[in-house]
Design a binder for this molecule. Structure first.
Ligand code: PBG
Ligand code: ZN
Length: 321
């Protein structure tokens, strides 16, 4: 007999019992932009509520993160000096290395994840070493080893290579293992599309390419089978977590990975996805808080176990209530 489906929607008590998906504060990873310098707290114009901090002020943000019960942050560094290879990214006194050490000292319970890439550190804004106006894969792998080793020595808890270089996870795993950092896991930006939704981030991190685009390394957003191949490669190379990025135009890909792999799946709810909701909210065109929660839940329902999101603090406030 056909059941009366509305019976289970009658009251909030019933709805809560039959609800299939739940968001938790512990699902979130909160991104932080850390700029070299002093006394900096600068709001990013296209990302209201998100700031760049210098290290001497980052605790203002982290105290709040801890109070809300957020367990993980992912760090992006903005160095003072950029060059062709992004050498600041592996300087032991570079901004991210200093940030890792300071944050782990002041907040030992916080999981500190480092993004591993070069676009914030190169003067051309591409994600690796240039050769004939394109990023050279294998030259970049050598520098990736240097960058993660510097982060590991600074005390990072997890590393997340975001440059879409082939064999990045294999090389990083090898470098960590042979230096006694077997315990540091890798979250692969396994399926990262060449997306215009990254626009506001590139303002935030000063990482826009000075020429061309990232189509020779990031994925073509028309491709779905290729996502499985990219994820499989990261599994074979030793990733602990697989990520899909961006999230919202790629909910099908999140579900594909969830159905095909046993590893935890992360989704990056990227800057442009944040800014669109903020802009519409500011205009009074949508109920910003409700759309935010519906959006985050949809990412979880699609199959993500972990959500990297600029909404982490705001959503946590609601979940804690
Ligand atoms: C750097 C990097 C980017 C993002 C995370 N790491 C930008 C890019 O690939 O250009 C995007 C994050 C966001 O838009 O929120 N490789
Ligand atoms: Zn990059």
């Amino acid at each position: 007999m056909q059941e009366r489906l509305r019976d289970n929607r009658k009251t909030e008590e019933i709805r809560a019992k039959v609800r299939e998906t739940h968001l938790k504060v512990s699902d979130f990873i909160y991104p932080l932009f850390i700029e070299e310098g002093e006394n900096i707290k600068k709001e990013i114009a296209s990302m209201p509520g998100i700031f760049r901090y210098s290290l001497d002020r980052i605790n203002e943000e982290l105290d709040e993160v801890m109070e809300l019960g957020i367990k993980s942050v992912i760090l992006f560094g903005i160095p003072l000096h950029k060059d062709a290879e992004g050498t600041e990214s592996w300087n032991p006194d570079g901004i991210i290395q200093k940030a890792i050490t300071q944050i782990k000292k002041d907040y030992p319970a916080l999981q500190v994840i480092a993004d591993v890439c070069f676009c914030e550190y190169t003067d051309h804004g591409h994600c690796g070493v240039l050769c004939n106006h394109d990023v050279d894969n294998d030259l970049t792998l050598n520098n990736l080893r240097k960058q993660v080793l510097a982060q590991a020595k600074a005390g990072v808890d997890m590393v997340a290579p975001s440059g879409m270089m082939d064999f990045a996870v294999r090389e990083i795993r090898d470098e960590l293992d042979k230096n006694g950092f077997e315990h540091i896991p890798i979250m692969g930006y396994s399926v990262k599309y060449c997306s215009s939704y990254y626009g506001p981030f590139r303002d935030a991190a000063d990482s826009a390419p000075s020429f061309g685009d990232r189509r020779t390394y990031q994925m073509d957003f028309a491709n779905r089978n290729e996502a499985i191949k990219e994820a499989q490669a990261d599994v074979d190379e030793g990733a602990a977590i697989l990520m899909v990025k961006p999230a919202l135009s790629y909910l099908d890909i999140i579900r594909d990975l969830k159905n095909n792999f046993d590893l935890p799946i992360a989704a990056y709810n990227v800057s442009g996805e944040y800014s669109m909701i903020k802009a519409a909210g500011k205009n009074g065109w949508i109920d910003e808080q409700k759309v935010m929660m519906e959006t985050l839940l949809s990412i979880k329902r699609a199959g993500a176990d972990i959500i990297i999101t600029y909404f982490a603090k705001e959503a946590s406030k609601i979940l804690n209530n």
